[in-house]
Design a protein around this ligand. Structure first.
Ligand code: SAM
Length: 220
């Protein structure tokens, strides 16, 4: 079961590590190699349509591991929030940008329509209810400019995980129909993709791509 306060404590503990050399290792991505991480992040950025000049915001940015890879790939500006203050402190110390401590379900300090692309990579699997997901994605859509994109990466897929004998961490709350209903209700265009079409490896750690998916919402 996912308990948000425990998730926050766990990520704050990771943020206390002193001997970590790669930003991704503060964010429980230590099983994936540096080269695979770069590949995963770049392929995700391509799926999210990230281009030079984009103003990016990440909901659940952690130490900035994903954003750092995107910024090395494209000329973008960075901003983000995370509820683990130790990780936000690391992001602030390592990356240029506006990083704040906040829960992604309430982005009160962020203005409407202020970003081209609003991302959340490997975060929604830690939400504990459909209601929390709804509040978070509504906030993401709100702060995206008209014509901009919302990317939600790496969601556990309840329809696929039965075929896998070591289920990955986090919730399995979000069926694809949850996003289809949300997109229809809000007048957004939705693209859903199996995570292994973004990044996969025949052996070794691939972030459990076989049992996850990602999605893109386009704001009219
Ligand atoms: C696997 S890490 C991913 C970090 C970053 N997105 C990346 O890919 O490098 C998950 C992050 O989600 C954050 N998180 C989980 N639930 C959150 C919430 N409700 N509000 C803000 N941050 C949250 C955790 O603190 C953690 O930093």
């Amino acid at each position: 079961m996912v308990i948000p306060a425990e998730i926050r404590d766990e990520y704050n503990r990771l943020g206390e590590q002193k001997d970590v050399v790669h930003l991704k290792d503060f964010a429980r991505w230590s099983y994936i190699s540096g080269a695979d991480w770069t590949n995963l992040c770049r392929r995700s950025a391509d799926f999210a349509g990230i281009e030079d000049g984009d103003r990016l915001f990440e909901a659940g940015c952690g130490s900035g591991a994903f954003l750092a890879e995107v910024a090395a790939y494209r000329q973008v500006t960075l901003a983000g929030v995370d509820f683990a203050e130790n990780l936000v402190a690391i992001a602030k110390s390592q990356l240029p940008g506006d990083f704040q401590v906040a829960d992604i379900t309430s982005l009160l300090t962020v203005e409407n329509g202020s970003y081209d692309k609003v991302l959340s990579h490997g975060v929604f699997l830690y939400l504990d209810s459909l209601d929390a997901a709804r509040r978070a994605v509504l906030e993401m859509v709100r702060i995206t400019r008209p014509g901009g994109l919302v990317y939600i990466g790496i969601v556990n897929d309840p329809e696929r995980h039965g075929s896998f004998d070591h289920p990955p961490s986090g919730s399995f709350l979000f069926t694809r129909s949850f996003w289809r209903d949300f997109a229809a209700e809000q007048g957004l265009t939705l693209e859903l993709i199996d995570q292994d079409r973004i990044f996969s490896k025949p052996s070794g750690y691939d972030c459990y791509s076989r049992v996850r998916y990602s999605l893109l919402l386009k704001k009219p």
